[in-house]
Design a binder for this molecule. Structure first.
Ligand SMILES: C[S@@+](CC[C@H](N)C(=O)[O-])C[C@H]1O[C@@H](n2cnc3c(N)ncnc32)[C@H](O)[C@@H]1O
Length: 198
């Protein structure tokens, strides 16, 4: 039997989270750097985390598959235009060509297909400088959305395997019933990560 399909209305999601602050993971990662550098914000949405990176004088390449999200981010963050580049791209087509200090991926990598993920993760690891940081989230194998075809989930040991090229600075596991920003019931199982490349 095929897995049930669960399509996301990302524009409704952006509206629902518009006023929410940047994530703890990006704030923790930024606080660990002595100097600003070059960052990629993967699956940036409308820039909930991008703004925190720009405000600390970093240069940012913000990437998302949604042209609507990128257009809104460009408008909302127009004051930071000299520090900001954007790219509309699907994870499966993405080629990271720069070497960077920070890659942020908040609540987006689980939406990369299991087929495309290994190559994307290899690019993430290889494009970070030694001492650079990855921060972001994965969904765990007890997340109720794992039974749909929308996300791919990882066990804790799979997450730890992915993080072998890093020193783990933050690895928090969150698991509880709750609601999505759009009010849907969901059993959340989330890994919150900050890791420094060896
Ligand atoms: C839950 S939102 C998170 C947005 C933002 N990082 C935040 O924390 O508010 C997930 C984002 O990933 C993007 N996304 C989902 N699948 C994607 C894919 N295959 N390639 C690129 N971006 C994708 C969506 O367009 C959406 O903006």
């Amino acid at each position: 039997m095929n897995a049930p399909s669960l399509k996301r209305d990302w524009n409704a999601y952006y509206k629902a989270v518009k006023e929410r602050p940047p994530r703890k993971t990006i704030l923790t990662a930024l606080a660990a750097f002595e100097n600003p550098g070059l960052a990629i914000d993967l699956g940036c949405g409308i820039g909930r985390d991008t703004i925190a990176i720009l405000q600390r004088n970093w240069t940012v390449l913000a990437i998302d598959k949604s042209p609507d999200a990128i257009a809104q981010l460009q408008t909302d963050l127009a004051d930071f235009a000299p520090q900001l580049q954007t790219q509309v791209s699907q994870f499966k087509e993405l080629k990271i060509t720069q070497t960077v200090d920070l890659i942020n991926a908040s609540f987006c990598l689980p939406f990369c297909s299991p087929q495309a993920f290994p190559s994307l993760w290899e690019q993430i690891v290889n494009s970070l400088k030694p001492g650079g940081r990855f921060c972001g989230h994965f969904f765990g194998d007890r997340d109720s959305w794992g039974e749909t075809d929308l996300i791919h989930t990882l066990s804790r040991s799979q997450v730890e395997t992915l993080l072998q090229p890093f020193t783990i600075e933050l690895l928090e596991e969150e698991e509880h019933p709750g609601k999505t920003p759009l009010g849907e019931d969901r059993d959340w199982h989330i890994f919150h990560i900050v890791a420094r490349k060896l």
